[in-house]
Structure formats: C-alpha cells, structure tokens
Design a binder for this molecule. Structure first.
Ligand SMILES: NC(=O)c1ccc[n+]([C@@H]2O[C@H](COP(=O)([O-])OP(=O)(O)OC[C@H]3O[C@@H](n4cnc5c(N)ncnc54)[C@H](OP(=O)(O)O)[C@@H]3O)[C@@H](O)[C@H]2O)c1
Length: 337
C-alpha cells in the first residue's frame, strides 16, 4: 500500500510558498498489533495551520519539519489490529495531509456514518461548529435580540456563527470579501445586513451604514475572525457593555511588519466592553450539548454547511492558500478518498 503526504520542509516567512512543502510518497505496511489502518476521505484546512508552520511558541506545537503535517481528517478503516475498530468504520483523526496511515487506536474517534455525511464531522458537527457555538454562547454570552457583527462571515466558522445567531433570534450584520460572498450571506444565510468589505474604502463607515439600515444603535456582540480594520470598526460601533469574542485574527497571520490597527482600544473602557479571546480546545466540555443542539438544528433544516472541495492531496496546498486569498466559501476541504 502506498500513500502520498504533504510535508513541511522549510518554515515560511510571510505568505507560505510552494518551496516550503514537499509531496512525498511512502509505503504503508499492514497495521501492527494495537494499530488501525485508515484511508482518509476528507481533510480540512484551517488558518491556524499557518501558526504551526512557524516555530514560535503557541497553544499547539509547531509542525515537525520533513514529517507529514497534521490536521482534522475523516476517514474509513481499511484494516485493523485493534478490537475496537473494524474495516468500514468511519473515524475522525488529527492525521490529515496524508492519504493512508497506520495509527494507534487512541488517535482515532468513531463517528456515526448513518447520522451525517462524513464531511459534516469536519464542519458544523465538528470543531468548526463548536468554535462558533463556544464563542457565541460561552464567550459572548449571546442573548435573544442581540445585534451581532461577524467577520469572515462566509467562511467555515463565520457561516455557522451567522446561522446560530439567527436561530437564537439575533440580528446579524456579516462581513465578507466580494459580491459572491455578500450574496451568499444575504440570500443563503439570510443575515440582516451584509458588507462586502473589499468594496468599502472605510469599514467603520460601512458598518455604521449597516447598523442604521437595520434600525439599531450599534452592536452588542462582535464575533471576530479577522482583526485589524474589522475589529476597529466593531469597537467604533459597539454599544455600551458589548461583548467581543475574539475567535481569530486572520488578517494578521501572514504579516511580517507591525500591525497598525485598531487604534481605538480606548473604547474598551469608555463603553465598558468585555473582550475575550479563546481557543476551542479549552471548551470541549460543551461538546455534548453542542452536538445535541446541532443535530436538532440540522434535522429542523436550520443549519446548512457550505463547502469548497478541492480534489486530491496534490491540491491540498491550493485549499490552504484559498483561506488567505478568500477563494473559499464555507468549510474548505480536500477530498482524498
Ligand atoms: N479560536 C479558535 O479556537 C479557532 C478555531 C478555528 C478557527 N479560528 C479562527 O477563525 C477564523 C476563521 O477560520 P475558518 O477556519 O473558519 O476559515 P475561513 O473563514 O473558512 O477562511 C478564512 C477566511 O478569512 C478571510 N480572510 C483571509 N484573509 C483576510 C484578510 N486579510 N482580511 C479579511 N478577511 C480575510 C477570507 O474571507 P474573505 O474572502 O471574506 O476575505 C477567508 O475566506 C480564523 O481567524 C481562524 O484562525 C479560531
């Protein structure tokens, strides 16, 4: 059995380039006792992988050079030398960026193939959905009637955050780049106001217009995925006692010089804003309740998953770059199986 995998061979400076990676083919032997062999069906790409390509200290260790990179994947067991797994089982792992692998049983988690399509476990029913759920409910303490501003709103986490906030009876102002994404936010996700930030020379003015258009005074919750000028706009339009859930700052991940905005952090004090960053891995205790809610919302037709699917491991880096160029919509996946 042969498998192809993507290795990081050099730590990128700024935006990663092709020379930082290698596509390597290796033999995969039958699983040893206690091991399970898995063929990945899909892997997901996450902006956080950019952080792991650097060797700066973070909440997860850097990728090891000249070893396959890691990331969420859903696959099918093809051979097993462990009693808890049998061929055909659907399994989640953090062993993406490779086609076939052997792993100890502890590295795998069963998923119910009858309940949801496999890719859902990398999206609304996986850590992407939990990130939106934990950020809105635990960090931002979402309440019915809140006005919620969501950045990178057409992406994996953002699109789920928009839908959860709508389910909870909130008004949603959503920002994304380009007319296709703006139309998706308005027509598919049904947000109250959408901003194409790429068409706006001043995002604060655009958010002020959106706030006025939906007849409110400002925002109560900021679900922040982008940082920079998006965060500056959210601070400028925040109501008193607004809650900011800092989920991500993708505008900063490839930056090599010092960030320049936001310049209005004083608003934290003058408006009594509570701003809190979080990492989904610290909120796994919410997973059971999250899955119950998500399954019910999905069954009721209230949650849908938009996906951008790239075919084949040789296109996995295109998928990753799409997160930063904005070519993606919804959850970005690579079909491997
Ligand atoms: N805290 C946690 O535990 C956690 C977990 C998962 C993800 N996150 C964070 O959540 C955010 C979204 O992640 P995701 O996986 O859902 O990715 P995603 O939103 O599906 O893809 C990233 C999106 O970011 C936007 N973007 C990229 N560069 C940008 C820039 N310079 N300015 C403005 N927008 C930019 C692009 O959309 P446009 O075309 O609209 O620009 C792109 O579609 C990221 O910041 C990520 O780090 C955090």
């Amino acid at each position: 059995m042969q498998s192809r995998e993507i290795q990081l061979i050099r730590r990128p400076v700024g935006t990663p380039v092709a020379e930082d990676f290698a596509l390597v083919t290796r033999d995969v032997p039958p699983p040893a006792p206690g091991e399970v062999q898995v063929r990945n069906l899909y892997m997901a790409v996450d902006p956080a992988m950019r952080g792991r390509m650097s060797d700066a200290a973070s909440y997860v260790p850097p990728f090891v050079l000249e070893a396959p990179m890691e990331g969420p994947a859903i696959g099918e067991v093809t051979a097993s030398a462990h009693p808890d797994f049998k061929p055909g089982d659907l399994v989640f792992s953090r062993l993406g960026w490779r086609e076939v692998f052997n792993a100890p049983a502890e590295a795998l988690q069963h998923r119910d193939a009858a309940a949801l399509p496999p890719s859902a476990y990398l999206g609304f029913a996986g850590s992407t959905g939990l990130t939106a759920y934990a950020g809105l409910f635990r960090i931002a303490q979402l309440r019915e009637g809140d006005v919620v501003f969501i950045s990178a709103a057409s992406g994996a986490v953002g699109s789920i955050a928009c839908q959860i906030a709508r389910i909870k009876g909130c008004k949603v102002i959503a920002a994304a780049g380009g007319p296709r994404k703006k139309a998706f936010l308005e027509e598919v996700l049904g947000v109250d106001a959408a901003i194409d930030y790429k068409a706006e020379p001043n995002l604060t003015k655009a958010l002020a217009r959106a706030v006025k258009a939906i007849g409110v005074t400002g925002i109560d919750v900021n679900f922040e995925n982008v940082g920079g000028d998006h965060l500056q706009a959210a601070l400028a339009l925040a109501n008193k006692h607004a809650r900011f859930a800092i989920c991500g700052m993708i505008s900063q991940y490839n930056v090599t010089d010092a960030p320049t905005v936001p310049k209005n952090l004083t608003a934290l004090m003058t408006k009594s804003i509570r701003m809190e960053g979080y990492i989904v891995l610290d909120h796994m205790d919410l997973e059971a309740q999250f899955l119950t809610d998500m399954t019910a919302w999905h069954k009721a037709g209230l949650i849908r998953q938009a996906e951008t699917i790239h075919e084949g491991i040789d296109h996995a880096l295109d998928a990753f770059h799409g997160l930063f160029s904005g070519d993606n919509l919804g959850r970005t996946l690579v079909k491997l199986g």
